[in-house]
Design a protein. Structure first.
Length: 404
């Protein structure tokens, strides 16, 4: 069978917030697929594996003005009409909005650098994770490429941000430019179907975790303080303040409960100030960003994993916790109910419901048998539908079938 060679384009790679992309790339390579990765921005590296991968990655912005001019000169000599076509396409993606038109110009420059690199790698297909600006860069690159030396693209759509403003994200244009679109959930696919009539382009491709790496921990007897863990970027959409307020409510009831927040982000300072204003400094801890070499220590110490997100795709951290048989509480939004059936694989609460979140945590505090039942069921669910091996096999099959 002919070796499948594909370029990957990511906004930031490797990145502590999106380690699942690195795992996907490594799993596909282990299955014989050749993948060269380009990243628009520089990496955030915390582990040795990430450092090694960063050394192999091409960084678009790092090429700078010199790289852009070199790419422009090369492509003008081989594809002058395509260069003009790509510029017009990039500008038109902005519609009538001046800011988006200017961004389209920047994306055009990045597309020149990307296509020049793809040509040097002798790659004719590029796959993009997230339907965000990186997908716009890839779409422009496909327009620059000539019919005699075409470039095709595909993308994995996660949501939900791009679903809230499809115009600003030029989502319809990105779908039109794509040979196929991988959706990580049925929810994501439904949003794409609402946007586009090109339903034949859509595929379901689940994200996955390594159930060996995130092995079963077994039921954990509570020793004194009940420990709640949340892993995720500290941004408004993740709803960490709801968790903090839930912990405050539980402690007000005399319960010994503490919260560990793993992750970093623009809301950290405000969240720390809120914690201090409520006198919760000893009960809520901020661990910052943690690499994959240390994250299992936090999972291992947790009695329950909780997420109070207002908007999500399907969080991989939920899969990791479930794989380790940690009972989970999450908001029943977007694609999460596809992973967690309320009362069967975990507990679901309404977004923004502080009392509902506190009640769910208290229910697990009170019932060790329920913690064990949900923990074991969660691992079974992840192993059956969200295992990395199965996800990689499925994605490889999509690539082979679509690029045949």
């Amino acid at each position: 069978m002919k070796t499948l060679r594909v370029g990957y384009l990511v906004s930031k790679y490797p990145d502590v917030s999106h380690t699942f992309i690195l795992r996907e790339v490594l799993a596909l390579r282990a299955r014989g697929m050749e993948i060269a990765v380009a990243s628009i921005n520089g990496p955030r590296v915390l582990t040795e594996v990430e450092r090694i991968e960063a050394e192999k990655t091409f960084y678009v912005k790092a090429a700078g003005a010199k790289g852009a001019m070199k790419a422009l000169g090369s492509l003008l000599s081989t594809e002058p009409v395509g260069v003009l076509r790509g510029l017009v396409y990039g500008v038109r993606m902005g519609g009538g909005d001046l800011r988006r038109v200017l961004l389209g110009g920047f994306y055009f420059v990045e597309a020149l650098i990307l296509l020049h690199w793809l040509r040097r790698q002798r790659l004719t297909h590029v796959h993009v994770h997230f339907a965000t600006p990186a997908a716009a860069v890839a779409a422009i690159a496909t327009k620059i490429a000539t019919s005699t030396s075409p470039l095709t693209m595909s993308m994995t759509v996660h949501g939900p941000d791009e679903f809230y403003d499809v115009t600003a994200y030029s989502l319809a244009a990105k779908v039109a430019a794509s040979k196929f679109v991988v959706c990580i959930s049925f929810f994501a696919q439904s949003q794409m179907m609402k946007l586009s009539e090109e339903w034949g382009k859509f595929e379901i491709g689940r994200l996955g975790v390594d159930s060996g790496h995130f092995g079963a921990r077994g039921v954990k007897a509570v020793e004194g303080v009940f420990k709640v863990l949340c892993v995720g970027r500290l941004v408004g959409a993740k709803g960490q303040r709801i968790l903090i307020e839930a912990v405050e409510l539980l402690r007000g009831q005399g319960r010994e409960v503490e919260l560990d927040l793993v992750g970093d982000g623009p809301d950290r300072q405000a969240l720390e100030a809120f914690v201090n204003s409520r006198g919760l400094g000893g009960a809520v801890r901020f661990a910052g960003s943690v690499g994959q070499d240390r994250i299992r220590d936090f999972y291992g110490a947790a009695d329950v994993f909780a997420m109070a997100s207002f908007a999500e795709g399907i969080p991989v951290v939920l899969m990791e916790a479930m794989s380790m048989e940690i009972p989970v509480v999450a908001t029943g939004i977007n694609g999460i109910p596809e992973l967690i059936r309320d009362g069967m694989d975990g507990l679901l609460v309404a977004p923004s419901d502080v009392r509902g979140m506190a009640w769910a945590i208290a229910r697990l505090m009170n019932d060790e048998a329920l913690r064990e039942t949900l923990g074991k069921a969660g691992r079974v669910k992840v192993g059956a539908e969200y295992a990395l091996a199965g996800s990689a096999d499925g994605l490889l099959e999509i690539f082979r079938r679509r690029l045949a």
